[in-house]
Design a protein. Structure first.
Length: 100
């Protein structure tokens, strides 16, 4: 049997899991990396958790401005808190038929 093809894959990245953990925590002072780790391990048991990947995801998110770091806690930046804007649909006007 081919076991590796039948196992479900999680395509969610570490940043997406971090964002879900921070939103679920709802702490005003931010969420610690330990709390984020516990949330990921309990919510996503199919993911083989790796601490170094969490650490690099946190560092790169802080460097890119997606997260802000206050002492040992992480918060979503103001730009990430805003809901994504829905793209505007273009209205196509139908041309009136020409009169003979």
């Amino acid at each position: 049997t081919i076991r590796f093809l039948t196992t479900p894959r999680i395509t969610m990245g570490y940043y997406d899991m971090i964002k879900a953990a921070i939103l679920a925590d709802k702490s005003r002072k931010g969420t610690s990396s330990v709390a984020i780790k516990k949330f990921i391990e309990s919510t996503y048991p199919a993911v083989t958790f790796k601490q170094h990947l969490l650490r690099t995801a946190l560092k790169s998110a802080v460097a890119s401005g997606k997260l802000t770091q206050d002492k040992q806690s992480y918060k979503l930046s103001a730009a990430e808190k805003k809901p994504p804007k829905a793209p505007k649909k273009k209205v196509v006007k139908k041309k009136a038929p020409k009169k003979k």
